[in-house]
Design a protein around this ligand. Structure first.
Ligand SMILES: Nc1ncnc2c1ncn2[C@@H]1O[C@H](COP(=O)(O)OP(=O)(O)OP(=O)(O)O)[C@@H](O)[C@H]1O
Ligand SMILES: [Mg+2]
Length: 246
C-alpha cells in the first residue's frame, strides 16, 4: 500500500502533561481522514508534528518518504512545499489585501514565474474557491466564511500533495459550512490530494471523510467510517454524534 503518512507509537509531552501517548496512523494516498476528539486532546499537536512545526518526543513519523523525527533542512523545505496547512484561524496577514496575501505565499514558495504568471495563478486559485470578486479586499472586510476560503486558496496556490485542515467549518453557519465541505471534496477530486480534517462538526465528517478516528487520552480510541462509528454500541462514541454543533 502506498502510504503518504505513516505514524508509529508517537508520543508528545509538555512539561509533565502527556498529550500523545502512542498514536499509530497510516494514511493512503487520496484518502480524506477526519480526526475528532474533545477540545485540548492533542489534535492540533498531532498535525503540527506531521509538518515538522512541532518535534515529538518519540515514535516514528514518515511523510512522503521523509523521516520527520530527524528531518534535514532540505527535507523540511520539501515537506512544507508538499503539505498545505489550513490553520484553525485563517492566519492571513491583516495589512495585506487578498491578492497580496496570495502572491506573497507564492513568491515565498519555489514558484519561479514572472509577475504576470503570479497574477494569473492568484486569479485562478481564487476562482477555484469562488472569490475572484474579493481579490482587492483586506482581511478585515471579509466574512468568516470568506476568510476560510482565502485560507484554503492560500494553501492551494502551492499545489500541495497533502492538506491538513484544522477546524475548517468551526464558527460558520450551516450553509457556509456546506460550501466549505464541498470545496474540500472538489479539491481532492481536482488536485488528487490526501487530506487530514480535524473537526468537531459531524456533518463535515459525514460529507468529507472516507474514514474517521477519535482521539482520547492520548490514543486513538476508535476508527472506522462515519456510518460504522455512528451506529456504535459504545455510548461514549455515540455521544459524539448526538452533540449539538459547536
Ligand atoms: N506549545 C505548547 N506548549 C505547551 N503546551 C501545549 C503547546 N501546544 C499545545 N499544548 C497543550 O497540548 C494540549 C493539546 O492541545 P491541542 O491544541 O492539540 O488541542 P486540540 O485537540 O487541537 O484542541 P481544540 O479542539 O480546542 O483545538 C493542550 O492541553 C495544550 O494546552
Ligand atoms: Mg486544535
Amino acid at each position: 500500500m502506498d502510504y503518504v503518512i505513516e505514524i508509529e507509537n508517537l508520543k508528545k509531552t509538555f512539561e509533565d502533561k502527556e498529550i500523545l501517548k502512542g498514536i499509530n496512523l497510516h494514511l493512503p494516498r487520496e484518502e480524506n481522514l477526519a480526526v475528532c476528539g474533545k477540545s485540548g486532546i492533542g489534535k492540533t499537536v498531532l498535525i503540527k508534528c506531521m509538518v515538522g512545526l512541532m518535534q515529538p518526543d518519540s515514535g516514528k513519523i514518515n511523510v512522503l518518504g521523509k523521516d520527520m523525527m530527524n528531518p534535514s533542512l532540505k527535507d523540511l523545505e520539501f515537506i512544507r512545499r508538499k503539505i498545505g496547512f489550513v490553520f484553525q484561524g485563517s492566519a492571513l496577514y491583516d495589512s495585506m489585501s487578498v491578492r497580496e496575501n496570495l502572491s506573497f505565499t507564492l513568491k515565498r514558495s519555489t514558484f519561479s514565474g514572472s509577475k504576470t504568471a503570479i497574477a494569473e495563478r492568484v486569479e485562478e486559485v481564487l476562482e477555484s474557491v469562488g472569490l475572484v470578486d474579493a481579490i482587492d479586499k483586506m482581511p478585515a472586510e471579509l466574512s468568516g466564511g470568506m476568510k476560510k476560503r482565502v485560507g484554503l486558496a492560500r494553501t492551494l496556490i502551492k499545489s500541495p500533495e497533502i492538506i491538513l485542515y484544522d477546524e475548517p467549518t468551526t464558527g460558520l453557519d450551516p450553509a457556509t459550512s456546506m460550501e466549505i465541505n464541498e470545496m474540500i471534496l472538489d479539491v481532492r477530486k481536482s488536485n488528487k490530494v490526501t487530506s487530514v480534517i480535524i473537526t468537531h462538526d459531524m456533518n463535515c465528517v459525514r460529507m468529507t471523510s472516507d474514514r474517521m478516528l477519535i482521539i482520547h487520552d492520548g490514543l486513538i480510541y476508535t476508527e472506522g467510517t462515519f456510518e460504522q462509528l455512528k451506529s456504535s454500541d459504545d455510548p461514549w462514541i455515540s455521544s459524539f454524534f448526538n452533540k449539538k454543533e459547536e
